[in-house]
Ligand binder design. Structure first.
Ligand code: NAD
Length: 479
């Protein structure tokens, strides 16, 4: 089967390579010529474990190519739209301009009877809007197949997904939906044969399944982070609390780990888009609920800064601080709405001398925030630190030796904002260890001058100049 995948970022590049590995002939199309050139050399333009191998397999079998030319999609029978749907610059709504542009670019090249399937995360009602764009091609079928992969495990999630969701015209039992269902069954035949659950529904349900899933995950994370604050206020320990809660099978332990909270290119913008959808549909309960989830999440960032200040006896100004982690989570180089970088910016704005390090995300972080100081080597980043903050829980930071790190720093103080270190082991080496929700009450003087409120990174402002540390080679791609 010949398939096109439009938009080759974190979602589309993985999807294209996965489809090729299933035996399809796939052309990936992107407007970013540098990204396409990178992919055509067999290398992912971003860090995603296992993707380079999948790309190389696709090229070896000659089933996978990438291009900027939409005409190369002309002989494909199924087209997947995987372009970005970022938060609008002026509101909480999703910016659908890339989805609209991609659909319009495909339109002149669609073969008779082609099927166009959206995978991007979109607000409810988007398919109806796209149907208008495709109105003069009644032979073309439209479907929606939301994607649930997670960066860091995207390849595995695509090869063995939890479920497949098909949004089709008329929904589950409608004859109008049969051609789209049949086309997607042919695309995913190996997964269906392997027993992956497949759910067929109408467009609104397919669109909402993705938004509701992300809203639930965000709710669970913000819930446990709210409990962390209660633990700090009461002397309880959130790790023990969540472990006990998670043993109840009705609750489960996943996404029940307290810490700095979520970020990235999906969850934050998706819950804000969900709020906007709820407002448009006059469902204030969902709007208010998501508002609380969002504000608890953002508050974890300023809370981390407050604990850091508390550990520095009330004054961040002039302190030498090392931030471990720049990516929004481990196993990715994605720095979109990274909580770690947000905290680093807030610490810097409070006058601390901040050095940020990360195993994979330094280049992206540097391009996004050139005013921060970056250091590629973990050891060099730690030299002379008066406070170490663990903000992205990469394995190499979890596995740091407190004795070895103790020889590099000036003061043995660590704020483990991801609650992943073995505090007893670190304390045994003479470290002062704090986490979030570990029962240590934060004595905060709100009047202190060096505290800044939580702000989204895009709006954060530095008040002092910074020297960029060890030069790192700039990547050729920009997202
Ligand atoms: N990243 C994830 O883990 C993930 C998971 C599930 C769903 N999603 C959703 O998938 C969508 C894409 O997310 P992403 O993280 O891959 O974004 P991304 O920014 O990494 O990739 C988007 C790509 O689309 C390309 N593009 C933009 N306009 C185009 C056009 N008109 N024609 C062709 N290409 C175009 C961009 O150049 C870019 O390479 C979003 O809706 C996101 O919410 C992402």
């Amino acid at each position: 089967m010949k398939i096109s995948v439009v938009g080759c970022g974190y979602l589309g590049a993985v999807h294209a390579a996965t489809l090729a590995s299933m035996g399809h002939t796939v052309v990936g199309i992107d407007v970013d010529a540098q990204k396409v050139a990178h992919l055509n050399k067999g290398f992912a333009p971003f860090h995603e474990p296992g993707l380079d191998e999948l790309l190389r397999d696709g090229f070896a079998t000659k089933r996978l190519t990438f291009t900027t030319d939409f005409a190369d999609a002309a002989d494909a029978s199924v087209h997947f739209i995987c372009v970005g749907t970022p938060q609008s610059k002026t509101s909480d709504t999703a910016d659908l301009s890339y989805v609209i542009a991609a659909t319009k670019s495909l339109l002149p090249h669609l073969a008779r009877g082609a099927v166009v399937v959206g995978k991007s995360t979109v607000p409810v009602g988007t398919v109806d809007m796209l149907r208008g764009i495709l109105a003069r091609r009644p032979d073309v079928q439209l479907g929606w197949n939301p994607e649930f992969l997670r960066q860091g495990t995207a390849v595995k999630d695509s090869l063995v997904p939890d479920r497949l969701v098909y949004g089709v015209p008329g929904g589950k039992d409608s004859a109008a939906g049969l051609p789209v269902t049949a086309a997607l069954d042919a695309v995913y035949a190996p997964l269906i044969t392997a027993g992956i659950p497949r759910l067929v529904c109408n467009f609104a349900t397919a669109e909402l399944i993705k938004s509701a899933s992300n809203a639930y995950l965000a709710t669970k994370l913000s819930f446990i982070n709210a409990m962390a604050e209660l633990c700090d206020a009461s002397g309880a320990d959130v790790a023990e609390l969540s472990e006990a809660m998670g043993l109840d099978p009705r609750i489960g332990n996943r996404y029940l780990h307290a810490g700095l909270g979520f970020g990235g290119g999906c969850l934050p913008k998706d819950i804000r888009s969900f709020r906007a959808q709820a407002q448009a549909l006059s469902v204030p309960s969902v709007d208010e609920w998501m508002g609380v989830v969002d504000s608890i999440n953002l508050a974890q960032r300023s809370r981390t800064v407050l604990v850091a200040r508390d550990m520095c006896k009330g004054f961040l100004s002039g302190r030498t601080v090392t931030v471990l982690g720049a990516a929004f989570k481990p196993d990715t180089d994605d720095t979109r709405d990274s909580p770690a970088l947000d905290v680093a910016l807030q610490l810097a704005a409070a006058g601390a001398h901040v050095t940020v390090t990360d195993p994979k995300a330094i280049n992206n972080a540097w391009m996004r925030y050139p005013q921060l100081r970056f250091e590629a080597s973990t050891n060099r980043a730690l030299e002379g630190a008066e406070l170490v903050l663990l903000l992205t829980e990469w394995d190499e930071y979890r596995d740091l030796s407190p004795a070895a790190v103790g020889k590099l720093v000036r003061r043995r103080m660590v704020l483990d904002a991801r609650n992943v270190l073995d505090a007893a082991v670190w304390r045994a080496e003479g470290w002062t260890v704090r986490g979030l929700g570990t029962g240590s009450v934060v004595e905060v003087e709100e009047t202190a001058t060096d505290v800044t409120p939580a702000v989204p990174p895009s709006k954060a402002v530095n008040t002092r100049p910074f020297v960029v540390g060890s030069p790192v080679k700039a990547r050729s791609t920009r997202r």
